[in-house]
Design a protein. Structure first.
Length: 166
């Protein structure tokens, strides 16, 4: 992930639900083009914010068992009003069902309690080593980096390496 669209995780109940937030700042690079005189967060990036929150929920729920948690499918997308700079998008994701390789989540993005976007997301989960033995060496490195990233946005999380030193 090259950019994070979740600034903070406010609540996380493993196996059930996550609530995080994204403050849309005027300094976001894409706002210069979308749109110059009426900057708004593109709908695809709102979906990405819901995807990232969903991925954090899946990772924490399974204690980072998979290095890859990726969007597989989006269904039933409904957009509301625009998201403009200075507003905070509150994203929630609730686990609906799961199989060995997939998790289905109901997601929503709101501003001041008003729904701006909702969708059903299906997330795929796997390890690189499942695809190729030669890629297995990257799984633990990716998981370590993801744990460190989570510690930056969720103040209740302590990375595994820091738990050992406390």
């Amino acid at each position: 992930m090259k950019f994070s669209l979740i600034d903070r995780i406010d609540e996380l109940e493993p196996g059930k639900r996550i609530r995080g937030s994204k403050v849309l700042a005027m300094a976001e690079e894409y706002l210069r083009d979308h749109f110059p005189k009426f900057p708004v967060m593109p709908g695809v990036l709102m979906i990405e914010a819901m995807t990232q929150a969903s991925a954090w929920l899946v990772r924490v729920s399974e204690d980072f068992a998979h290095s890859m948690v990726l969007l597989k499918e989006v269904k039933h997308v409904k957009f509301g009003k625009f998201l403009q700079p200075g507003q905070t998008l509150v994203v929630t994701a609730t686990m609906v069902s799961e199989t060995e390789h997939e998790v289905v989540l109901k997601t929503e993005g709101t501003i001041d309690g008003e729904t701006r976007i909702r969708a059903q997301l299906t997330m795929a989960r796997y390890n690189l080593g499942d695809l190729s033995e030669s890629q297995a060496v990257f799984d633990s490195k990716l998981i370590e980096r993801l744990r460190e990233e989570l510690a930056l946005i969720w103040d209740q999380y302590i990375p595994e390496r820091d738990q050992k030193t406390n």
